[in-house]
Every structure is written in C-alpha cells, then in structure tokens.
Design a protein around this ligand. Structure first.
Ligand code: SF4
Ligand code: SF4
Length: 370
C-alpha cells in the first residue's frame, strides 16, 4: 500500500511539476539574491525592492544642477542598473523558469486540471503575495510606465524596459507564455475560475470584451498625448523625486482606477480594495480571466502577438472527429473558435494546455512548428 502511494506521488504530474517549479525558483533565487543584496542574511523582498527603487531613481533623475549633484553622489555609491542587469535578477529569472517549466509540460503533454492548479498556485504565491518577490514594478508598468517615461523623458527606464522584454519576447515565441504561466493576476483569476460555479458563461461575446480592452488602450495613448506637455512640465518641476513623479504619471492614466495589479498589495483595511476584489472574484467565477479579456493592456498587446507566435496549441484535422468534448471540458472560450479555424478572431489562448488532455484521439498538441 505504502509502495503504491509513493509510486503515485513520484509519478503524479502535479507533484512533479510543483517540485520542479519550486526547486527551480529556489535554486535561482538564492545565489542571485545574494549577489543583488550583497548580504545573504538580508530579507530578500526588501533588498530587492531597494535595488529597484534606487535604480528607478537613478534612471529618472532630472538634469538640473541639484539633480546632477545628487546623481554624481549616487553614481559614486553605485552605478545605475541597466536593462540586462534587471533581466538577470531573481524575479525575472524565476519568470523565465516558470515559462520553461510550462513549455516542457506542454511538450510532454503532462497537463491536466490538477497540474494547472498547482502551477497557478506557485505563480500566485511567488509573484502575487509580495513576500518572495516584490509585486512592483508590476507587469502593467512594463507597458504604461515604460511608455510615459519614454515619451516625456526621451529615454527608456531600464527597469520598465526589462519588464516589457521579459513579458513580450517569450510571448512572441509561444502564445501568451507570460499570461499563461507567470502572471499572478492571471493565476488568481484562473484559480477562482476552477471553483465549481453555476452559471458559468464560457461562450461569451469575446469581440465585445476585446473592443473594450482596445478602447482603453487607445484612451490611454490619446489621454497621454493630450496631457504630455503638462506631464513633461510637471516632470521638470518635481525634479528627482521619483515616487512623486510616478504618482503624477499614474494620475493621468486611464488604467489607474482599474489597475488590479495594485490590489496585489493586499490592502485589506481599505474598503475600495474589498469592493474591487469582490467584483473580480465574482466575475472570475462566471468568466474565464475577465480582467485579462476586458482591461489588461498586456492582454491586448499580446493578443496581437498571438497571431504570429510559432509556439501554440494546434488541432490535427485528420485525427479530430468534431466530437466537441474539448469544448465541453476546456475552461476557456478559445477552443471552440480554434476548432472552427477562426484564428484571427480567436479569444486569448494562454497556452495553458488544459485542452490537450481532453481529446481521446490525441488531436490537440502544442508545438513550435509552422
Ligand atoms: S492579460 Fe494581463 S492580467 Fe491577464 S494574465 Fe496577461 S498580464 Fe496578467
Ligand atoms: S485553447 Fe484554451 S485550454 Fe487550450 S491552451 Fe488555449 S487557453 Fe488553454
């Protein structure tokens, strides 16, 4: 009895994937954190935060006399981190690690509901609880703040450029690899969606959601260009006080009041936090990833990238007998239009791979071939 139980534990894809993901993240975190902090006894999250805040400060410092003096002093202490330095920090290496684990599981066809549950729990704990890695700068900053700083200061801030690259380069290789295997907010919504709940609205009007998502993105850009000159002026005025500068930029962003990444600071004493979380939880019970489909700018941009990413779920027409079992068993609204060959208007496919195991005829696979 004990032998069969241990055999089950060793062979279980859930246990294997959890072990693999935790071991990988732990292995890469320790040495890199030690290098980042220069002190192995320091708290990882706080040290990581100070590295990032300092570097944002360095990157956005104003070229005024006072600021130059300040920057000279700062530079004497430590050189500003570049984009590559940020990409080599433990947080982004852990992001890449999660995506690699995801691709391996997809290629080995070792994914089911329980594996996804395990992997989403890992992503949520690692990147959504502000404990092991700092939540901020959040993934959304990789779009909004990268853009606002770039167009008002004329230079890309390394920490935001690093987030942008860490999200979109892998997502150009495999469909939404970041969203499907790393994003803590995506993981949170998927975990909630796994709770049995009726009515579940799977075949909703994705076109309508996508229109709202792109309208928000357009509004973000239009609002920005409308107030750009004021922002630039204000940026001069606040000098080298990056937290104030960041607040000033956020105030003009249409995403600010609906940025659910902010809720990952878990401000449970705030009534607004509870209202927003209740809305997200109820929406996630009924819909698959509602925030991703209707608001997130990363979701919108990577939806465009999906069309060219070579790594994707494909259906072998010769094996498929159109039984629709995958449509019934998969959690997303994507598999039905995928089956119908509507690739251009397809709702987001996060390469979660849950549909692969639903097909008894093995017609669904993930691969990188064209
Ligand atoms: S669409 Fe946005 S919130 Fe959803 S998984 Fe992707 S980055 Fe995260
Ligand atoms: S079609 Fe749906 S179930 Fe299949 S990988 Fe894409 S999002 Fe996951």
């Amino acid at each position: 009895m004990s032998l069969s139980r241990s055999t089950f534990l060793i062979k279980s894809p859930l246990v294997l994937s959890l072990f693999f993901a935790f071991a990988f993240c732990l292995a890469i975190s320790m040495p890199v954190l030690a290098t980042e902090t220069g002190d192995t006894s320091a708290s990882p999250s706080h040290s990581h935060d100070s590295v990032q805040v300092q570097s944002v400060s360095d990157s956005v410092a104003q070229p005024s006399t006072l600021a130059e003096q300040h920057q000279e002093e700062t530079t004497e202490k430590s050189a500003p981190l570049g984009t590559l330095d940020f990409l080599m920090t433990s947080k982004y290496l852990a992001w890449f690690g999660m995506m690699v684990v995801g691709v391996v599981l997809l290629l080995l066809k070792r994914i089911n509901r329980w594996v996804r549950l395990g992997m989403m729990l890992v992503a949520f704990v690692l990147f959504g609880l502000d404990y092991i890695f700092m939540v901020h700068p959040s993934p959304m900053c990789g779009v909004t703040k990268l853009f606002t700083f770039w167009f008002t200061r004329g230079t890309a801030v390394p920490v935001f450029l690093a987030i942008f690259l860490a999200i979109f380069v892998p997502s150009l290789l495999g469909r939404k690899l970041f969203c499907g295997w790393v994003c803590p907010l995506g993981a949170f919504q998927e975990l909630i969606n796994k709770i049995p709940f009726k009515p579940r609205w799977k075949q909703f009007n994705f076109g309508m959601f996508n229109a709202v998502r792109f309208a928000l993105l357009a509004m973000f850009f239009l609002t920005f260009f409308d107030v750009k000159s004021y922002l630039s002026y204000f940026a001069q005025d606040v000098g080298n006080v990056p937290p104030d500068l960041l607040t000033a930029y956020s105030a003009y962003s249409v995403y600010d009041p609906i940025n659910y990444f902010e809720q990952l600071h878990w401000g449970v004493s705030d009534v607004r936090w509870w209202i927003m979380m209740i809305i997200l939880v109820v929406a996630s019970l009924a819909l698959y990833r509602p925030f991703c489909y209707s608001i997130c700018p990363i979701g919108a941009i990577s939806w465009l990238g999906e069309k060219i990413a070579p790594g994707r779920v494909r259906i072998d027409r010769k094996l498929c007998n159109d039984c629709q079992v995958c449509v019934i068993k998969s959690p997303c609204p994507t598999i039905k239009p995928l089956l119908e060959g509507k690739n251009l208007t397809l709702p987001d496919c996060t390469s979660c791979g849950e549909c692969i195991g639903t097909c008894n005829r093995k017609a669904i696979t993930f691969g990188f071939r064209r």
